[in-house]
Design a protein around this ligand. Structure first.
Ligand SMILES: C[S@@+](CC[C@H](N)C(=O)[O-])C[C@H]1O[C@@H](n2cnc3c(N)ncnc32)[C@H](O)[C@@H]1O
Length: 276
């Protein structure tokens, strides 16, 4: 199943959007090629240890994310993502978080990719948007529900204090935990289980990101937000267009909800949905 794909509510604007994205991709590719030659020359001058694998592909992916942010900015209110978010995207080796068969340039497509068990690693643009919407920084403690590949957790871990992440599918959670450890992310804790109840032992959190769509916002997650904290979550029916929302908890404990973008995520599961 495909998820985390940006959608628009109207067919015609959807087509226009796709056409514009494709034009932008062509222009970006042309400009990028020129820059690519300069970058390659600069890279060649670096010692082997300093040359990061797939750096050009990652840069190209980041360019596409930046362009898409500008294109959707009027709707999302985020035409430009924070530098720390872009830097994190430029740093995390996405190819390390996908199955071996995709561990090449394909890992840097701005699209979701399968990671097994019917689940996917989210589209880089959506990862960046959700990270930006969380408005977190170096002091922040963040909870993520839906570890999947571990990529979103790694992006956050690049600049926050600590990430707690919960995955309901044991094989995925174990693999993500191994990947994060291998990549040196000591500030990420992975737990296998149903994220509906959050992780009360480490609450309250500065932000909570949910990367699977429940039909309604789980109440325990609102309770585990700090005053001023933000819950970024897709909400809506299974296999249909959902709404990416930001719930901000005020100082008095009330919640203010902002709908950001129509999206399509995999469903939020419970223990009964999961086969061992
Ligand atoms: C879109 S994928 C996650 C993408 C992930 N953030 C990444 O960067 O690869 C959604 C994940 O949420 C998990 N999930 C669904 N319902 C869950 C729940 N109740 N608790 C924890 N994880 C859940 C799925 O198993 C799946 O791995």
């Amino acid at each position: 199943m495909d998820l985390c794909l940006v959608t628009t509510s109207w067919e015609s604007s959807h087509e226009r959007l796709l056409l514009t994205i494709s034009t932008i991709c062509d222009v970006t590719r042309f400009m990028y090629r020129k820059r690519f030659i300069a970058l390659s020359l600069m890279q060649a001058a670096l010692p082997a240890w300093a040359q990061s694998e797939f750096a050009e592909e990652r840069d190209f992916m980041v360019e596409q994310v930046i362009q898409l942010a500008e294109l959707t900015g009027a709707e999302t209110g985020r035409p430009q993502f924070a530098d720390r978010v872009i830097d994190a995207l430029r740093t995390v080796p996405r190819h390390e978080f996908v199955p071996e068969a995709l561990r090449g340039a394909a890992a840097y497509r701005n699209s979701p990719l399968p990671i097994g068990r019917g689940q996917t690693i989210s589209q880089p643009y959506i990862v960046a948007l959700m990270t930006d919407l969380a408005e977190v920084g170096s002091e922040s403690v963040v909870l993520e529900i839906g570890t999947g590949s571990g990529y979103q957790a790694a992006v956050l871990a690049e600049f926050v204090d600590h990430v707690y992440t919960i995955e309901i599918m044991e094989p995925l959670g174990r693999r993500a935990s191994e990947t994060l450890e291998r990549q040196g992310y000591a500030n990420v804790s992975v737990r296998i289980g149903d994220g509906y109840q959050g992780w009360p032992e480490f609450a309250p959190f500065d932000a909570i990101l949910v990367t699977a769509a429940p039909e309604e916002v789980p109440q325990p997650l609102i309770e585990q937000l700090k005053p001023g904290g933000r819950l970024v979550i897709p909400v809506g029916p299974e296999n249909q267009v959902q709404s990416l929302q930001v719930l901000r908890k005020t100082g008095s404990g009330e919640t203010q909800i902002t709908a950001v973008l129509p999206v399509r995520f995999v469903p939020f599961l419970n223990e009964d949905d999961v086969t061992p």
